[in-house]
Design a protein around this ligand. Structure first.
Ligand code: FES
Ligand code: FES
Length: 211
């Protein structure tokens, strides 16, 4: 703070500022403490002396097949499948959108059923078969749903796309959605901020007709 500004705000304390010596109030103001800071010192000392309990973390061993590869993980029992995939296995194709089960960006297949991986604990996946977007292509050959998404421009920014594709693969395997309304309803958990819904619908119908 410039001396002139300080003088305007604290006229009684301004002597000494800029001359190597501060008044008590100016000194405390400069530290951001003021009178409250002094009163807080004993409280702070007491708080420091207290022992803060730290919750113990349960570590678990989980074995699962991810994209056909056996994975053995030692994990915090609270770790979600989404975080295990992205952070432990570096499978970052699965996206974290809301992290609250509301957008579908994190959709993967667990034992061939589509689920929001942000809502699934990894500990619940022991022995499961997980398929993520990285596991759909066979070598250089894309999955038919991936091909159809490209053919029908079913993505714009692409952020929701891995979840949309995994969800569409699950939907087609389920074989229940027959009409446009069925497909829209069945895909309603996958939100696309870009509004590529009509193109996604066209891509899914295309693959259904090929089957
Ligand atoms: S990140 Fe899982 S539903 Fe949004
Ligand atoms: S393509 Fe951008 S959110 Fe769906």
């Amino acid at each position: 703070m410039e001396t002139e500004d300080f003088e305007n705000q604290y006229p009684e304390d301004s002597s000494g500022i800029g001359e190597g010596g501060s008044t008590r109030r100016a000194f405390l103001t400069q530290l951001g403490l003021g009178g409250v800071g002094l009163a807080a010192v004993p409280l702070f000392s007491q708080a420091k002396a207290q022992t803060i309990p730290v919750a113990e973390v349960d570590m678990l061993k989980v074995t699962m097949s991810v994209n056909g590869k056996k994975q053995m993980l030692t994990i915090d029992s609270r770790l979600t499948l989404l975080d295990a995939l992205r952070e432990k296995l570096d499978l970052t194709g699965t996206k974290k959108g809301c992290d609250h089960g509301q957008c579908g960006a994190c959709t993967v297949l667990v034992d061939n059923r589509r689920i929001n991986s942000c809502l699934r604990l990894t500990a619940m996946c022991d022995g499961a078969e997980i398929t993520t977007i990285e596991g759909l292509a066979k070598g250089e050959d894309l999955h038919p749903v991936q091909e159809a998404f490209i053919k029908h421009d079913a993505y714009q920014c692409g952020y929701c796309t891995p979840g949309q594709i995994c969800s569409a693969v699950g939907l087609i395997q389920e074989g229940r959605a027959k009409t446009d309304a069925d497909i829209r309803e069945s895909m309603s958990g996958n939100i696309c901020r870009c509004g590529a819904y009509q193109h996604i619908l066209d891509a899914i119908k295309d693959v259904q007709q090929q089957a």
